[in-house]
Design a protein around this ligand. Sequence first.
Ligand code: GDP
Ligand code: MG
Length: 440
Amino acid sequence: LSDKLQNVFKNLRSKGRLTEADVKAALKEVKMALLEADVSFKVVKQFMKSVQERAVGADVMTGLNPGQMVIKIVNEELVALMGSETTEIALRPAGEITVIMMVGLQGAGKTTTTAKLAGKLKSKGRVPLLAACDVYRPAAIQQLQINGEKQGIEVFSMGDKQSPVNIARAAVEHAKSRNMNVVILDTAGRLHVDEEMMDELVQIKEAVHVDQTILVVDAMTGQDAVNVSEMFNEKIGIDGVILTKLDGDSRGGAALSIRATCGKPILYVGMGEKLSDLEQFYPDRMASRILGMGDVMSLIEKAQATLDENKAKELEQKIKKAKFGFDDYLESMNQMKNMGGLSGILSMMPGMGGSKMKNLEGMIDEKALARNEAIILSMTPEERANPDILNPSRKKRIAAGCGVDIAEVNRLVKQFEQTRKMMKQIPGMTGGRGGKRGKF
Ligand code: GDP
Ligand code: MG
C-alpha cells in the first residue's frame, strides 16, 4: 500500500496544480490501493466518499496547492476512520480489581499479549495477576507461566482439570486476598469462531465481573480480522481491540477497518514477539504508516497554515529584485511561524542544513516575533520599504517608539539582512525549479 500511495502522491506532487479530474483520478488510485491493502470494501467506499466530498469542491479549488490539500484530506480522513484519538484501557481505581478478559482466535496472540499488557500495567504501578483459563492446550498454561515469570508477574493456574469459569472465579478471589488490582484472563481460542467458544466466554463473563473484554486480532489476517471483530462484538460484546503482528503486516488494512465497522477502539498494537513489543495505538501514526511517508506527513502538518501562493510569488519577485523590505520580512516571518519555523522549512529544501540552519535557529520564537513586529510597526513606511536608509538616529527613534533597547533594533536589522541574503541563495525562493512549493 505504502509504495502505491507514494506513487500516487508523487504524481500529485509533480503536477503542481490539480484540476477536479486530477483529484478524482488520484482518489481512484487511492481506492485501489486501499482495497489491495485488504481494507473492507464497505469502509473503502465510505472513505472515498468522505474524501471526495471534501476534496472535490471549494477546499481544493481555492487552495492554491491542491496536491497538498488532497494528501492532507486523505490523511485526516484516515485518522478519523481509525478513531482520531488514542484510547486507554479503562481501569477501576487502584483500590479495586479490574478484570480484563482476553479473547480471540487461536494463534492471534492472546497469551503473548496478556503477558505484554500485564507488563505495561505493572510499569504503571498496578499489581496484575494472570489467569490461565486456556485449559485445552496444556502448553498454553506453561507459556503464560514462562511469560509471567519473565516479568515478575504472578500467574494463577489450576491445571487443565478445572473449567475456565471456575479458574476465572478463583483467580479473582486470589487477587482479592492478595491486594492485587488487575486480573487478566487468558482464554482459549479456536481456529474459527464457533458457538462453544462463544458460550464459554459468555459464561466467564456471567461468573465474574469482567470490566474489559479485549479482542486480540492478528493484523496479518486482513479482511478476516474485521469479520472476527464483528462476530465477537455481536456475540459477547468487546470493549477494545489489540492488533497483533503489525510488525509483519506492511498493509495495516485491518486497523483501518475494525474501528469503522464495529465501532470499537484499537487500544494497542503488537509489534513483535518480545514482551516489550506492545505499543499504544496512535491513529495518526497509523495513518502515516499506511501512507508510508513520515516526512511528507510532517510537511503536510506544516502546510496546514500554508502560504498563499500569490503572496509567496510576490515575495519571490521582490527578493529577486532585492526589494525585500521589512513589511515582507514581517509577513514571511508570520507565514514561517505557521509552517513550523524557518529552520523547519529550510530543512525540507534541498541543499539546506548544517551551519546555515544553525544561524537561523531560534529566530522564529514567538516572543521574538512579537517584539520584531512591534519594532517594524514603529518604522515609517519608507523605512520598511527601504531598510537601507536605517541610520543610527532612525534606529534610536524606532527603539524609543516601541520601547525596546536600540540593541534589539540592531539585532532585528541584522537578522533581516541575513534573511535577505539567505533567501537569495535558496534556489527555489528565487524562481529556480519551482522551489519549495513545486515539491508538492
Ligand atoms: P494465542 O493462541 O492467541 O494465545 O496466541 P499466542 O500468544 O500463543 O501467539 C501465537 C504466536 O504469535 C506466537 O508465536 C507469538 O510469539 C506470536 N505473536 C504474538 N504477538 C505477536 C506480535 O505482535 N508480533 C509477532 N511477530 N508475533 C507475535
Ligand atoms: Mg494462548
